[in-house]
Structure formats: structure tokens, C-alpha cells
Design a protein around this ligand. Structure first.
Ligand code: SF4
Length: 461
């Protein structure tokens, strides 16, 4: 099954799914290390996931490749997978606020997985429901905080993920909104280990001090993980985990490169965002995640090599800060745009980790590449690099209505980009159901895309 690249809706995927061989459905499984796990299949059409509550899928457009279907199935089964992990006796660690730095260490412990409660920020959008926001508001986090407050609602509900064996709360040079979630979680008698992130300095000589500081903290965290998992830290297992994480990070970098190729757009922006976010906690199964991304990379690579892709998406965009509402990306694509670069505040998941040397120094050095732990100038540099390497026409920055940390940088970024004569649109994503505000965003996106098209014509002429 190798259909021509198209973006299709969930009904069309429901029909197309009949062509997927039964054997492929039967053998596409997570937790393959478990011998008898008939429940671990995850290849289903989006309509199945919509029936289980992800109502937004009825409105989204999806890439029609089997590789993208596998990716969606893997992403959307994460919640179920974490409950299964608990049933299968695995330890569940929930890091918060560091977005992908500590997970190579967690996965170096046997029978242990990680997930990020932070990532529930898009659940109210996927489910088109305010339930998690309402619960967070009851606990004190209302509309004046980031959508990550949905994580607090989920901790309270005890239905979206099992109670973690340990939470790792990253504090210090991190986000106040997420820190507010952590303080409330702390009151729920859920064990939290606090980990302090120092600011990243753009002065290279300062870095040694912070690497040493973080190294000591990683040592103390490791002792805590030993207690929780009942297993001694093993350098060999750590190196094995690093090899897998590096393979995954290289795959993501390659996929991004192919997605920015000069031919027609070979992949959808929402699928690409799901790929990038795999680098946080590997959706709860590192081994299977690597295989999912390998399959995906092969698909995007073969399309790029053959010059295959969607037609009519010629405006090249770098997207800054991930949109909690994925429909916005579909809308940009409908208007002739494609996402060729991104700065999704997870730059810390991109460095290739050293495969030799002190484990804690390796983790510390990568952590100091964090997007949000230092100056805005660093983020501007990341954005400009992507603009240049992908030959982009403009930048879209999607902030979060009511939040503090990452949107706080929006104005300095806009000013810096305009000084470089880069067209840029910034807006705040609004909570689900705010139709009037959302239609204003749609109008602004439309006007921006028209202005980019006119600019392109002027430059061509
Ligand atoms: S404000 Fe930004 S950095 Fe903070 S929790 Fe929200 S998305 Fe994350």
C-alpha cells in the first residue's frame, strides 16, 4: 500500500484502512518485549480514536501514508500504554518542566518508562472539552495561566494516567506556569523530586559552572531513581539508552530535513509536530518509538527523493512555539502554506548526546541547550538559522492565551525578526470553543498568507 501523498479526513482514512493488511494490523504493537500482550496493537484509523473521545480528529486532515497512520496510532495510544505499563509492573516516572532532558536517564533503568504530564496541554483541544480546565480552575489555575493547567486537572481526575511512582519537578530557570501546576500536584500526596535548572549563559566560560552544578543534581536524582525502581544505576544500560536516544534524535533531524526539501511538501505539519515531540518521552516506549520514526523517515525520504508531495503548498513557514490547537496548522496548509522549520521550545532534545564520558556531564551539557532557559537572543538565533537553511518565506508565532513564560518572548522575537526584514505573524491560541476569538485568528492568518504570496510575487518579478 503506497498511495500518492494526500491529506485526507478521518472518514477517508476509515475507508482506506480496509486496504491495510490484517497481518500488519496484528503485528503493529507496543511493548514488544512482553511475550503475551494481545492488547498492545495500535494501528487503527483516526475514526476509532475519535470514537474514544478525541473529537477534534473529525475536523483534522491527516497524511494518507501507512507510516503516518502508524505514528498517529502510536501517539494516540500513549495514555492507554501508560496504564498498561502499570498493569505490567513497570515503574512510571513523570518528569515535568524540563521537556526531554532527563528521559535518557529514566529509560536507563530497567522496566521503567516516562511520560510528560505537560503534554496534556493539547488534550482539551483534541477532546473539544473544558473538563480539565474546569478542574484546574477549581484548584486555583484559571484562564490567566497556560494550557498546561490541563495537567493539573488530569492529576485531579486520576483517569488520564496512573499515579506516577515519582514526579520530577524542574524548577529554577523554567516556566512559572508549569511550576504552579507542580505546587498544586505536590499537595495531592504525589511524590515529587525537585530538580533545579540553572539559567543557560550565552558566555561559554560560564557553562562549566552550570554543567558541574547540574552534574551533582543528576547524581542525587539517580539515587532517588534507584530507590524508586529498586535497581542500581548501570553505566552500560545508560550508554545503551543513549545509543537509542541518539538514533531517535538523528531520525528526527533527518525527517525535518526531508520535510523542508525543495520539491512539493512531503508531509503534514501536525504529523511533523508529533515527530518532534517524540523526543520528549518517546511516547512511553523508546524501542517502538524508534521503529515508528524509522518507518516515517523512510516514507518522507522516498517522497522527497521522488519529488512527491501535496500540491499547492508553496509558502514556506517556520513555526515558533507549538500550537495547542492543531487545526491552525491545517488551516495554514489549506491557505497554501507548509511548515519547513520549527522552534517548539524543545531545542534541548536536539543535541546528539556524547556516547563516552561521565553520564551526568553528558546529560548536563545537553540540558543547557534548552530553548527557554536563557536569553531570547539564543531563540532568535535558532529561528534565523532555520529560516536560512529551509529558505522560508515567513514566521508564525503561536503563543498561549493567558500564559507567561514562552509567550513573554514573543515581542522581542517579533522585533528582532522585523529588524532582519522577516515577515512575521504572532497571535495567541485561544481555548477550545472561543469561536469569535478564533475566527479573528483565522482572519489574521489569511491576511498574512496573502501578504506573503504578494511579497513572493514581487520578489519573483
Ligand atoms: S507558558 Fe510556554 S513554557 Fe510555560 S508551560 Fe506553557 S507552553 Fe510551556
Amino acid at each position: 500500500m503506497k498511495p500518492k501523498p494526500l491529506q485526507i479526513d478521518y472518514r477517508e482514512w476509515h475507508q482506506l484502512f480496509k486496504q491495510v493488511p490484517d497481518q500488519q494490523v496484528e503485528t503493529t504493537r507496543y511493548y514488544r518485549q512482553l511475550d503475551d500482550a494481545p492488547w498492545s496493537q495500535y494501528l487503527f484509523p483516526p475514526s476509532t480514536h475519535a470514537v474514544y473521545g478525541n473529537r477534534l480528529l473529525r475536523k483534522l486532515h491527516f497524511d494518507n501514508s501507512p507510516a503516518a497512520l502508524r505514528l498517529w496510532g502510536f501517539v494516540l495510544s500513549e495514555g492507554e500504554r501508560i496504564f498498561r505499563a502499570r498493569q505490567a509492573g513497570m515503574k512510571i516516572i513523570a518528569p515535568m518542566g524540563d521537556l526531554g532532558c532527563v528521559t535518557p536517564l529514566i529509560y536507563s533503568f530497567p522496566n521503567t518508562i516516562a511520560f510528560y504530564p505537560d503534554c496534556l496541554w493539547w488534550t482539551p483541544f483534541l477532546m473539544e472539552s473544558h473538563v480539565l480546565f474546569d478542574d484546574a480552575a477549581e484548584l486555583g489555575l484559571g484562564e490567566d495561566s497556560c494550557f498546561v493547567r490541563a495537567a493539573l486537572g488530569a492529576f485531579f481526575k486520576q483517569a488520564y494516567f496512573p499515579k506516577p511512582d515519582l514526579c520530577i519537578g524542574t524548577v529554577g530557570a523554567t516556566c512559572d506556569d508549569m511550576a504552579a501546576v507542580m505546587s498544586e500536584v505536590d499537595r495531592m500526596e504525589i511524590p515529587i523530586y525537585y530538580f533545579e535548572l540553572p539559567p543557560r549563559s550565552d558566555v561559554v566560560s560560564d557553562q562549566t559552572r552550570w554543567v558541574n552544578f547540574l552534574g551533582v543534581q543528576y547524581g542525587a536524582l539517580t539515587s532517588r531513581l534507584e530507590e524508586v525502581t529498586g535497581a542500581a544505576f548501570s553505566v552500560e544500560r545508560f550508554r545503551a539508552a543513549v545509543l537509542k536516544v541518539n538514533r531517535l534524535r538523528r531520525l528526527i533531524a533527518e525527517i525535518k530535513k526531508y520535510a523542508a526539501s525543495l520539491g512539493p511538501n512531503p508531509m503534514g505539519a501536525v504529523e511533523m509536530m508529533n515527530v518532534e515531540f517524540a523526543a520528549l518521552s518517546y511516547y512511553g516506549d523508546l524501542d517502538e518509538c524508534v521503529e515508528v520514526l524509522q518507518d516515517f523517515k523512510d516514507c518522507v525520504q522516498s517522497r522527497a527523493a521522488a519529488g512527491e508531495g501535496y500540491r499547492g503548498q508553496e509558502l514556506r513557514i517556520v513555526w515558533v512555539t507549538p500550537p495547542a490547537d492543531p487545526l491552525l496548522m491545517n488551516y495554514v496548509e489549506e491557505l497554501g502554506g507548509r511548515v519547513v522549520g520549527s522552534e517548539y521550545v524543545i531545542n534541548q532534545t536536539t543535541p546528539i548526546l556524547k556516547e563516552e564520558g561521565d553520564p551526568f556531564t553528558i546529560l548536563a551539557e545537553a540540558q543547557l541547550a534548552a530553548s527557554l532557559a536563557g536569553s531570547t537572543a539564543f531563540r532568535v538565533k535558532l529561528i534565523l538559522e532555520q529560516l536560512k537553511s529551509a529558505g522560508a518565506d515567513g514566521v508564525i508565532i503561536s503563543g498561549i492565551f493567558g500564559s507567561s513564560h514562552c509567550p513573554y518572548e514573543t515581542i522581542p522575537i517579533v522585533e528582532a525578526l522585523r529588524k532582519q526584514n522577516v515577515p512575521v505573524l504572532s497571535f495567541d491560541v485561544v481555548a477550545p470553543g472561543k469561536m469569535r476569538l478564533q475566527s479573528q485568528i483565522y482572519n489574521r492568518i489569511e491576511a498574512f498568507m496573502e501578504s506573503l504570496r504578494a511579497r513572493k510575487r514581487r520578489h519573483a518579478g
